[in-house]
Design a protein around this ligand. Structure first.
Ligand code: GLA
Length: 390
């Protein structure tokens, strides 16, 4: 971390010159232990903030100009003024992760100053570990800090979620921004995405390690699947609301209601509803088991979650299935599942500390042998949410 910080500061000075007060913000990635595709259904999630991070070195400018360089997106810098309308860039352009949060602060009337900012990542981009939320939350914290303003973590998260919707064009739930802004060292967060209440679940690194494996594979033709899932869930809600007008989200539906509605629902909608409703129950149960240190049972719920994401929600891939199947056969593994939106990305496994090294070696070998792709194995620790570190 210190080396990374020192290097980042040197890169900042090389690009933007010496002088003035320079700040550093660390904004973490996240991995979700369980509770997948539940956040936009007003349900429960259990993510933690992780060590690979986005580091933002920044310094205020008096002319209102924002200049941002990112080593991960070196092809072009972001430039705009906080004093005028902050336009959305074309879809897929990384600058929306900076423009969006600035525009949200502007729309709230929060005073801003300009900044020079250098972003560098240990967090891989586009791999399902929320590098976009890390950049959004980090940018907002930078703009707030430089203008001498403060804002609570959940308000930052909600504004960054809006930025993701309106600028990045991704209709995400509240999970990623909430954990990136509000994570707690050594803990996962059980978040109720309806009222945003939370409980922190201790993770003892002496008893278990959380290992992320990046499949480094994204299938082609991935595009609107996330939006499709949201629409399919809404179709489910529309059905259940006819039975009970108090139902506004799948959160309000029981598994018995879903099973009883099988013949009335479109088969795909039925499976989507079954996943979400069962996953909400699993997530809450998982948190309780982890608190009681019943890791075996908690791990089983992770595997059930994976199967449900694979069979009912249709968001897994052959690569992720292979990683999970191999993981659960290895020594010292409590559980394993795909994590994040799916369609590629990462798996997460709970592993006994003394077996971690062997786990990493074996999973790497098995994956390489099958797909001829080298996966990245990241042994994580739960860290704090985005913070000013200097
Ligand atoms: C993405 C979204 C989150 C959540 C997950 C799936 O990471 O940004 O809001 O919906 O997918 O659980």
């Amino acid at each position: 971390m210190l080396d990374h910080l020192q290097q980042a500061k040197e890169s900042f000075i090389k690009r933007f010159g010496e002088g003035g007060r320079i700040h550093a913000i660390r904004s973490p990635g996240r991995v979700n232990l369980i509770g997948e595709h539940t956040d936009y259904n007003d349900g429960f999630v259990c993510p933690m903030a992780i060590e690979p991070h986005v580091l933002m070195i920044c310094r205020a400018r008096e002319d209102g100009q924002v200049n941002v360089h990112s080593s991960a997106y070196a092809e072009h810098d972001v430039r705009f003024s906080v004093d005028g309308e902050i336009a959305r860039a074309r879809s897929g352009d990384w600058s929306n992760y900076v423009r969006g949060p600035a525009a949200m602060l502007r729309s709230k009337g929060v005073p801003m100053v300009g900044m020079d900012c250098y972003i560098t990542n240990t967090l891989p981009t586009g791999s399902g570990l929320s590098s976009s939320a890390a950049m959004e939350v980090g940018t907002m914290l930078a703009l707030l800090t430089l203008a001498g303003n403060e804002m609570g973590a959940q308000e930052i998260a909600s504004l960054c979620q809006r930025a993701e919707h309106e600028y990045a064009g991704m209709p995400c739930g509240i999970m990623d921004q909430s954990i990136v802004a509000g994570g707690r060292e050594g803990h996962a967060m059980l978040l109720d995405c309806r009222d945003l209440s939370r409980r922190f679940i201790p993770l003892d690194p002496l008893e278990l390690r959380v290992v992320v494996v990046n499949s480094n594979f994204k299938p082609q033709l991935v595009g609107s699947e996330y939006d499709d899932r949201g629409r399919e869930c809404e179709a489910g809600v529309a059905h259940f609301r006819k039975l009970n007008p108090g139902i506004t989200h799948l959160r309000d539906v029981t598994l018995d209601q879903v099973l009883a509605a099988r013949s009335d629902l479109d088969e795909t909608v039925f499976r989507r509803c079954r996943h979400v409703v069962a996953e909400n129950a699993r997530c809450q149960q998982f948190a309780e088991l982890m608190e009681k240190r019943q890791y075996e049972q908690a791990g089983e719920l992770m595997v059930q979650s994976h199967e449900s994401l694979r069979d009912d929600y249709d968001v897994s891939t052959t690569h992720l299935d292979h990683l999970v199947d191999s993981a659960v056969r290895l020594k010292g593994v409590y559980g394993s599942r795909m994590t994040g939106a799916g369609f590629g990305g990462c798996t997460v496994s709970l592993v006994q500390p003394r077996h971690v090294e062997q786990f990493a070696e074996q999973i790497r070998a098995s994956y390489m042998q099958t797909f001829d792709i080298t996966p990245d194995v990241i042994v994580t620790t739960a860290t704090n949410g985005a913070q000013l570190i200097e």
